[in-house]
Design a protein around this ligand. Sequence first.
Ligand SMILES: [Zn+2]
Length: 206
Amino acid sequence: MNKSIPLFLACATLVSFSFVKPITKTTKQINVVIDAGHGGSDLGATSSFGTEKLIVEQITKKIKFLNKNENVIVHLTRNEDKNLSLSDRAVIINTIKPDLVLSLHVNISTNVAKSGMEFYVANESVAFEKSAEIANALRTKFTQNNSLPSSEVKKAPFFILKKSVVPAIVVELGYLSNLTDRAYLTDEKEQDKIASTILSFVSELK
Ligand SMILES: [Zn+2]
């Protein structure tokens, strides 16, 4: 009997250990607001091949749909084609206070040769430095994923950027007026890739 006690304890220890959950680092929950620019009667950049408001809405919905990471919460300012004022967007953003705001847009130019992505942050933002840091990293991420080329991160006093109390970036995804960009922006697979690049980037935010 005496001899059986240590054996029993050993077994109990073994059994109890098998129920111990593996030690995992607590993963931070990341909240991101994706703001699809324009909407409703505000078409944004327009060509016979499509409108900015619909292209950014399609990509925005893909970001929400393709997100399988339970630690990433995707909030949308609009998920339908409707008018939404800039100040209403700012209210939504500042109520949620996410880790990051990405306002998605599509460019247009009378110079059809003009092409590529552009990233904007605002000097006037209370989160300017963090916004610029994240914008540079996001730009690198898109470059690594072979998206359209992009210029250096630029500064502009866009309303959404100035009013957001959290890091915020305006992303111009490409030029609707450029043949290559247009084919890219309206292609289903490329839109999926844009969405997954953003999701992958957001999931790595610290
Ligand atoms: Zn726009």
